[in-house]
Design a binder for this molecule. Structure first.
Ligand SMILES: Cc1cc2nc3c(=O)[nH]c(=O)nc-3n(C[C@H](O)[C@H](O)[C@H](O)COP(=O)(O)O)c2cc1C
Length: 207
């Protein structure tokens, strides 16, 4: 039985364009894996731990900084419990709107919470970072109102998909299907391009 986790990166509920495209993925996924367990984490409703000074202290304690104190150990345990829910999935679906050329801050917070040494990644000075997640697949749905590849710098730059996919690789997730619906407010034929993105989301679910 497959376990899918849908990580909702937009706060816009039913109006979310990335969320609407995600629905096409979910429908196809359910068709293919009728017994799948589907977990959804709405990053805007979920009470995520702050990634504050104690969380940072817990992280750097793995890199020769002082050992965690009792409170930092508790904070660390909370971070690990968020990771365990994430790690329970075989497949991931991420809805990722572009916010100021990067990912929305709740998704960045989630990334920071998950990115702990010993659970998500290892480190070897001789080889660099070692992603510890194995055999997982991801689909990332990227949306933007203005940006599209090849636009002049005044229209923005994509640090959304580049950053997000660097993080997936860092975690060990290398089977990644990107689905993009860029420049919804700028390029012609938005409806046809939206329909194309929905088709690509379906194909990603069925792959
Ligand atoms: C806070 C905020 C920042 C945004 N920043 C950008 C941006 O840098 N570039 C861009 O093309 N669109 C930007 N947009 C537009 C969104 O990326 C676009 O509306 C997208 O479809 C939102 O996805 P959603 O409908 O799933 O929330 C921004 C929207 C918001 C609310």
């Amino acid at each position: 039985m497959k376990n899918l986790l849908h990580v909702k990166g937009s706060p816009r509920g039913p109006l979310s364009i990335s969320g609407q495209i995600a629905q096409h993925y979910l429908q196809a996924y359910r068709e293919k894996h009728s017994d799948a367990r589907i977990d959804e984490i709405d990053l805007w409703q979920e009470k995520l731990p702050e990634f504050d000074g104690d969380a940072a202290a817990a992280k750097v304690s793995f890199f020769g900084e002082p050992a965690m104190n009792a409170h930092q150990r508790t904070v660390y345990d909370e971070l690990v419990s968020v990771f365990q829910r994430f790690d329970a999935a075989d497949d991931y679906l991420f809805s990722v709107p572009m916010w100021n050329f990067g990912v929305a801050y709740r998704l960045k917070q989630y990334i920071d919470i998950l990115s702990m040494p010993g659970t998500l990644f290892g480190w070897d000075p001789a080889v660099g970072y070692i992603g510890l997640l194995k055999g997982k697949r991801a689909t990332a749905i990227y949306t933007a109102a203005i940006y599209s590849p090849g636009v002049p710098p005044a229209y923005g730059t994509d640090h959304t998909s580049t950053h997000f996919e660097e993080w997936l690789r860092f975690a060990g997730i290398t089977d990644v299907a990107p689905v993009t619906y860029w420049a919804s407010k700028v390029l012609p034929e938005p409806d046809a391009r939206f329909a194309q993105a929905c088709q690509e989301a379906r194909a990603a679910a069925l792959r």
